[in-house]
Design a protein around this ligand. Structure first.
Ligand SMILES: Nc1nc2c(c(=O)[nH]1)N[C@H]1C(S)=C(S)[C@@H](COP(=O)(O)O)O[C@H]1N2
Ligand SMILES: [Mo]
Length: 379
């Protein structure tokens, strides 16, 4: 910066640091764009799985599909934080460009950047809070996070469209100019390296939530293997208002021709299946565990129902957004979809859903309903 304080306000051309070079802006912008798009697509997938429109089917295989897409969502979102800060640092001298507004299209373009920034900050901030299970606001997080993602995407596409020529030029100009001192080119590379490292650090700091062997170094991955039966608990029975379950408990299975009831002893005497399946929480942690229980398809047949329809799953929990869920037909038919009675060989603890819970492959944690009370065939 070469302006003399008090003489005149700074101009865009006063900012000569390598970090403000369009070559730097374009590269950081490209990385940020990739992180954002990965985050958007995986977020959209997560939204569709949780609120599927009629045309949408989420595959039940591979069993880790949701674990991977949601892990990518959290990791790319976290990596976007340092990338966005670097991008802002790279472009802030534009605030001093004069005239501030050159034409109506230019004004609209500037406004779209404001929208993009506001939306990006909202998404990153609410997302980061969500991964730490912090909800210091009053709106319903998934709905707001989803709606604002579309605003951010629209503003981003507009921004990319407008800036495409500049970006192309910035990416094409690789080496330094002939007359440029080597130190300038070096400082540009250093800024890019530092930004890349910050992004990588953010990835490593969060990826352990999904990738177990990284959990030792993932300082921001708040979940560990701690928890009853070596598995974290998302919501305890007490928090969900579920107290002890007595011997009177019966699972109701409601089909087109009536209701069948099963005691816990009856469920235990049906053929048991054991499978290693992950709990993949939307909040960004995921852990595999060994579950044992009755195959959903077997259970329905035992109740005289063909397992070819979706099911509504209801919990003993009263009220609350996770008290019920829909198990789509392809998940009902999958031989790895269980009504689990045991975890790691032990009877399911109350916090993990005793007397029985849903465990299905490639299903978001929020839909792995605990303390199941009733299953109803949907048409
Ligand atoms: N009835 C009910 N089921 C529920 C929940 C809940 O709050 N209520 N939480 C869900 C969420 S968000 C997750 S990630 C998993 C976590 O299962 P765990 O607590 O056994 O690890 O349970 C799911 N099942
Ligand atoms: Mo969750």
């Amino acid at each position: 910066m070469r302006h003399r304080l008090g003489v005149r306000p700074p101009r865009e051309s006063d900012f000569r640091r390598a970090a403000h070079d369009p070559r730097v802006t374009s590269r950081v912008g490209l990385w940020l764009g990739v992180a954002f798009l990965v985050c958007f697509v995986t977020g959209l997938a997560s939204h569709l799985v949780q609120q599927p429109p009629g045309w949408f089917t989420w595959p039940s295989r591979p069993v880790s599909l949701y674990r991977i897409t949601q892990g990518l969502h959290v990791v790319s979102g976290t990596a976007a934080v340092p990338l966005l800060l670097a991008k802002l640092w790279s472009v802030y001298p534009k605030l001093f460009g004069r005239p501030l507004i050159r034409s109506v299209p230019h004004l609209l373009e500037r406004l779209s950047i404001l929208v993009l920034l506001a939306a990006a900050f909202f998404e990153l901030a609410t997302g980061v809070f969500n991964t730490t299970q912090n909800y210091p606001w009053r709106f319903f997080f998934p709905a707001a996070h989803y709606a604002v993602a579309w605003i951010a995407l629209g503003a981003l596409l507009l921004h990319i469209g407008v800036k495409l020529p500049v970006v192309r030029d910035g990416l094409r100009r690789r080496g330094g100019r002939q007359d440029e001192p080597e130190a300038v080119a070096l400082s540009r590379r250093n800024f890019l390296r530092a930004t890349g490292l910050a992004g990588a650090a953010a990835v490593v700091a969060t990826a352990g939530g999904t990738v177990p062997w990284l959990s030792q170094v993932s300082v921001l991955a708040t979940r560990s293997d701690r928890g009853p039966q070596r598995l974290p608990v998302n919501r305890t029975a007490r928090a969900a208002g579920v107290s002890s379950v007595d011997g009177e408990w019966r699972l109701e299975v409601v089909g087109p021709r009536g209701t069948a009831r099963f005691s816990l002893a009856e469920l235990s005497s049906l053929p048991q299946t054991t499978a290693e399946l992950p709990i993949s929480c939307v909040e960004g942690w995921s852990r595999s565990a060994v579950w044992t229980g009755v195959r959903m398809a077997d259970l329905l047949r035992a109740a005289g129902i063909e397992p070819d329809h979706a099911l509504r799953v209801e919990s003993l929990e009263r009220g609350g957004v996770y008290a019920s869920s829909t198990l789509p037909a392809n998940h009902v038919a999958d031989p790895l979809t269980l009504l689990a009675l045991r975890l790691h060989g032990e009877v399911l603890g109350l916090d993990h859903g005793y007397p029985c819970r849903i465990i299905a492959p490639s299903r978001p944690g929020v839909l792995q309903t605990k303390w199941v009370r009733r299953l109803e065939v949907l048409d």
